[in-house]
Design a protein around this ligand. Structure first.
Ligand SMILES: O=C(O)C(=O)[C@H](O)CO
Ligand SMILES: [Mg+2]
Length: 262
């Protein structure tokens, strides 16, 4: 049975961030994920997790200057020291919250940039991150993102991500397969799941193309969840979607799974 993580950056935004933990737990979620915890003390987040019996499934490393449009620095030559510091900051939060997965964002390709140099930087930085996280049993993840939502993002395709993982050669580096992005860029979701699932450390979902509830749009997730189960996936599925209205009112799709979350 799929285990879902409510994405608190997109869901429950009708509540203040720290109150979203209680709201997700009240709706039956047993795990949460979000983009960034860094505005809040790690101990306060840990307290909310404990209080509501939630597992922290995933969050992201600091992404550079998000407000200025940056989307990670792992593939940006010249930003290695900042990247190394971001690994340490994320590690502190991961240890405090018991989180075992960290998403490492690559960054956008600057105008006229040398993609080969970016890839070399990306591989070296990912190797560094994996080495730092390994003693703590934490897995680093990289996620192909669609070019419509995030123009210029360095990593866009599943095969490309698995090739990077192979080149880095660390057992605690895997792919975060967001089926929303994958459907937009490549489609053929089941075949791609079959081909790549052993190298996937986290799944995410959203209706396509509007990124609303998974029971809206062109992907038949109900059917796909059974197939994912049959493939033996036992990780989390992050619900990274923007509810059409109130978050709880849009959880009809979750009802068949709610009582078997762990
Ligand atoms: O956008 C997504 O799909 C993500 O998972 C990110 O972590 C950040 O943009
Ligand atoms: Mg995602």
């Amino acid at each position: 049975m799929p285990r879902f993580a409510a994405n608190l950056s997109m869901m429950y935004t009708e509540h203040d961030f720290l109150d979203r933990f209680a709201a997700a737990a009240a709706d039956g979620f047993r795990a949460v994920e979000y983009l960034f915890p860094y505005e809040y003390p790690a101990e306060e987040i840990a307290r909310r997790l404990r209080e509501h019996g939630l597992t922290q499934a995933l969050f992201n490393l600091p992404p550079g200057d998000w407000a200025a449009g940056e989307r990670g620095v792992a593939a940006l030559p010249g930003r290695e020291a900042e990247f190394a510091e971001s690994v340490q900051q994320a590690l502190r939060y991961a240890l405090a919250t018991g989180c075992r997965r960290l998403h490492v964002m690559a960054g956008r390709v600057p105008e006229g940039a040398d993609r080969d140099a970016m890839r070399r930087t990306y591989v070296a930085n990912l190797r560094h991150a994996a080495q730092q996280l390994a003693p703590h049993g934490i897995t680093a993840l990289i996620e192909p993102i669609n070019t419509r939502d995030m123009p210029g993002y360095f990593l866009n395709f599943q095969q490309q991500a698995h090739e990077v993982v192979a080149e880095v050669g660390a057992t605690n580096l895997k792919v975060q397969m967001d089926l929303y992005h994958c459907q937009i860029m490549e489609g053929d979701l089941l075949m791609r799941l079959q081909r790549h699932l052993t190298g996937v450390g986290h799944l995410q979902i959203a209706g396509v193309p509007h990124r609303h509830e998974p029971d809206t749009g062109e992907v038949n997730y109900r059917w796909l969840f059974d197939e994912i189960d049959a493939l033996g996936y036992d990780g989390y599925i992050g619900c990274e979607y923007r509810p059409r209205g109130a978050t709880s009112a849009g959880l009809g799709w979750f009802a068949p799974y709610k009582d078997v979350q762990s």
